[in-house]
Design a protein around this ligand. Sequence first.
Ligand code: THU
Length: 127
Amino acid sequence: MDDKELLLLAEEIKKNSYSPYSKFRVGAAVLMKSGKTYQGVNIENASFGATVCAERTAIFKAVSEGERKIEAVAITSDSDELTFPCGICRQVIAEFGDENTRIICANNRGEFKVFKLAELLPNAFIF
Ligand code: THU
C-alpha cells in the first residue's frame, strides 16, 4: 500500500465524521507494519473534552485488534490547507511508531505532503 492509496482510505471514511459542533470533518487511515489498514474519523461530544480525533480513532481501532507498530498515517479534512495531526495525536503516533513513521497530510483537493514523525514531534517523550 503506497501513500496515495492510504490517503484514499482516509478520504473515503471522512463521510462518517461525527462533528456537529465544529463542522470540521476529518478522516484518517493508518497502515500498520503488518500491512493491515484501519480507518477513523473524529467523534465529537457535547462535553467538548470528550472529543476524539480521527487519527486516534484509527490508531485505537488497530491497537485494540492487537496491532502495535505503525508504518504510516494519512489525514485529510475539508480544508483548503493541509491537515496536520494535533499535538496529542503526534504523541500517540510516537507511542506506536518511530522517528521514520510517515505522516501524510492532505488538503480537500487530494494534494499531500509526507513528513516523518521526527519532523513533526522532535525529541518525543518515550517512557
Ligand atoms: N481533529 C482531528 O480529528 N484531527 C486532528 O488532528 C485535528 C483536529 C478534529 C477534532 C475536532 O472534532 C475537530 O477536528 C476540530 O478541532
